[in-house]
Design a protein around this ligand. Sequence first.
Ligand SMILES: C[S@@+](CC[C@H](N)C(=O)[O-])C[C@H]1O[C@@H](n2cnc3c(N)ncnc32)[C@H](O)[C@@H]1O
Length: 259
Amino acid sequence: MALPPLTPLDPNAHATFGFPLNWGIQDPEKFYKLIQEMLPLLAPGYYLGDNLLTWQRNLSLFHDKPFVQAWETNIQNNADRVIAWRRFVLACAGYHCVQLDGDFVECGAFAGSGMKTVMDYLGGKAFPKRFYGYDTFDYHPVAEHAQAGQDETLYPRVVKRFEGYDQVTLVKGLIPESFKTACPDKIAYLHIDLNSATYEVACLEHLFDKVVPSGLIVLDDYEWSYPYQDQKIAEDKWFEARKYRVMPLPTGQGLVIKR
Ligand SMILES: C[S@@+](CC[C@H](N)C(=O)[O-])C[C@H]1O[C@@H](n2cnc3c(N)ncnc32)[C@H](O)[C@@H]1O
């Protein structure tokens, strides 16, 4: 298969990224005013957004041309834009997993932007694996987490979005019952993004043993504190019992490498 070519880093081309979407800020007007004062004090290479502020970084994601193309063309809302670094973690995980035995799975597909970014990074319509996307689509089963545009029009929109992507299997229904509808035997890439400790642990119960050795599991909200901390607490307990430790990433995601 054709993997996306590496764009060599140009040490003179500094990337920066700032998008004013962050959560948990009490006085946004004051915050962004102070940020504007602070940014000129920083060495080049800052990323600000998605509750991430870092500087003097290579920002490899913005130097990776196939990634930038895949990310930008799949932006449907401000959240898709600001979580660029989270998307790059998925793209890099996909790069590794596409070379393993097994399929790709996303639990919590919503509009399909995460799935499609990874597929477009790795060949688009020529993506060489089956990619299962699970979601209720019509509604969010976790109270107070409904996504904008999540109603009965979502599923047909996602089906249309993946027209020509014959490798995609969208499984509509409540996890974990929906695993009975369709579920791969072997999984190389597992992205879990349900905003719920109970449902995410249910995914692990059903899918973890199917993940092949050296397959990757990305837990989207693992390292976020309020209101997601119960996910980390439940998932740590689950993994500890199996002698795994989740790597917390600065993006707020958690990463597990299957043995
Ligand atoms: C944050 S959104 C996912 C965003 C998506 N991963 C992306 O990259 O754009 C969470 C999704 O999980 C779905 N969800 C939560 N619990 C679920 C369950 N038990 N069964 C099916 N879908 C569920 C919701 O309907 C919602 O669409």
